[in-house]
Design a protein. Structure first.
Length: 94
């Protein structure tokens, strides 16, 4: 088994994280749990200003979420958490 160590960027948008918590019931720190899901799926999102953004579908707080993130200087920066779209849920369920 390969074990990966993931480090997160602590300089994420806290206002956006707080808004996500109020609207969806999960914040960016809680969403980190999705990175530990052994059944996670990962796919490319889009590229913004030469920065590749990724989508990860995984469990956090006992529920399935899509987490949008990028990697900056070797650290994961979460910028979005939402319920998965049907195709993302299907890919996760395999």
């Amino acid at each position: 088994m390969i074990e990966l160590f993931v480090e997160f960027d602590e300089e994420f948008d806290r206002k956006k994280s707080d808004l996500t918590k109020r609207v969806r019931g999960i914040d960016f720190i809680e969403a980190r749990e999705a990175f530990s899901d052994p059944n996670e799926t990962i796919g490319p999102g889009n590229t913004v200003d030469d920065e590749v953004r990724w989508l990860r579908v995984g469990n956090a707080l006992g529920q399935l979420w899509t987490v949008g993130y990028t990697v900056r200087q070797g650290l994961i920066r979460i910028f979005m958490v939402r319920p998965p779209h049907p195709d993302e849920r299907d890919a996760y369920n395999g």
